[in-house]
Ligand binder design. Structure first.
Ligand SMILES: [Zn+2]
Length: 350
């Protein structure tokens, strides 16, 4: 049964709230607090572990097996690498953003003391009237910097503000929900997936639905650097990661689909779990695609890598231009909610 459409206003609201909360990987306190509030608003008590994995346990009809589902709330970002003698802030990447898409992007630099200063990410040849190579200069770590919106002219001026090596830098998501149903924003990977998990929890609560099996809903951090769900799945039989679906080249997914990943760079996903996902997508007449993701790793891979004995699956809304200016669609998001919900409500065939 399709239920997600009726809850899309909720999905949109929580997605907007998550996107407007800065959470570059490793800098998760604000988003953890936000998630805790969103979950307690629905009547769920969240547990938070040392790595700030936020989890909620939902009792199923059967305790014969335990399912975990995860989405990551950490995003790409930057960190101060050094401050130059003239006050320019040089940075290192957190995760793998396409740096060319960050040229001209507004950002916030967070001091260790908790103050945020605004700034702009720029090329080191930022003015066409001064630098002959302004158009051609590479957009990479060696050729870009952050210009702070403060009157700073030296390293001492910058460090006096508390901006020092190791400070986190978050850049603008630029979120727009269009009339045509598109969602344009950075960090749809994986705040769209996180909003899907929240919506499934909302539907379970509102409609008093009980999953087939005991289910843990987990919101991870550090996914963008590869070890988000390393601690997730220890006590579970299955882990279904909800993360962005890939789009482009010969992949069949569109932004209006839920993508079922059959294989990524870590190899094939579990045969039985993937079969169940595909057969439910067909049965429920969802707009879906099955694809191979060539350059992709997920939280299931992190859990496998940590040695957890689980069956892994991966689904998510199609996200175009990932790690750049991303875009998905309401239809892809609602199809993901419907597929996950149906999966959790459906008993395995014996
Ligand atoms: Zn992701």
């Amino acid at each position: 049964m399709k239920r997600a459409e009726a809850y899309y206003d909720y999905t949109k609201r929580v997605l907007g709230e998550l996107l407007s909360t800065d959470s570059p990987t490793g800098f998760s306190h604000a988003v953890t607090k936000k998630l805790k509030c969103l979950l307690s608003d629905m009547g769920y008590a969240a547990e938070i572990d040392r790595k700030n994995v936020v989890s909620v346990q939902v009792k199923g009809k059967s305790s014969e097996k335990k399912v975990a589902t995860s989405a990551h709330v950490d995003t790409l970002g930057l960190m101060v690498r050094s401050v130059e003698s003239d006050g320019k802030i040089r940075f290192t990447r957190l995760g793998g953003p396409i740096l060319a898409t960050l040229d001209g992007e507004y950002c916030r630099v967070y001091t260790r003391g908790g103050t945020a200063y605004t700034g702009t990410i720029l090329s080191l040849s930022p003015s066409v009237h001064v630098f002959p190579d302004s158009r051609e200069r590479a957009r990479d770590e060696e050729n870009m910097y952050v210009r702070l919106d403060e009157e700073v002219y030296s390293k001492e001026d910058v460090t006096a503000l508390g901006v020092e090596n190791g400070c986190f830098i978050a850049y603008d998501p630029k979120t727009v929900f269009t009339e045509s149903g598109y969602i344009k924003s950075r960090f749809l990977d994986d705040k769209a997936g996180s909003a899907c998990l929240l919506t499934v929890l909302k539907i379970l609560k509102e409609e008093a639905l009980v999953p087939a099996y005991d289910t843990a809903f987990c919101f991870t951090n550090y996914e963008e650097v590869g070890h988000g769900a390393a601690t997730v799945g220890k006590d579970c039989d299955e882990l279904i990661a909800v993360d962005m679906g890939c789009i482009g080249k010969d992949l069949s997914c569109r932004e209006t689909d839920v993508s079922v990943c059959a294989k990524d760079s870590g190899g094939p996903y579990d045969y039985d779990v993937t079969n169940k996902l595909i057969s439910l997508a067909k049965k429920e007449n969802l707009s879906y695609a099955v694809d191979i993701y060539p350059l992709y790793g997920s939280d299931v891979g992190a859990s496998y890598g940590a040695g957890n004995n689980i069956k892994g699956g991966l689904i998510g809304p199609g996200v175009a231009a990932s790690h750049g200016m991303e875009r998905t669609h309401k239809k892809g998001v609602t199809a993901t909610v419907d597929l996950l919900l149906n999966y959790l409500l459906t008993e395995d065939e014996k």
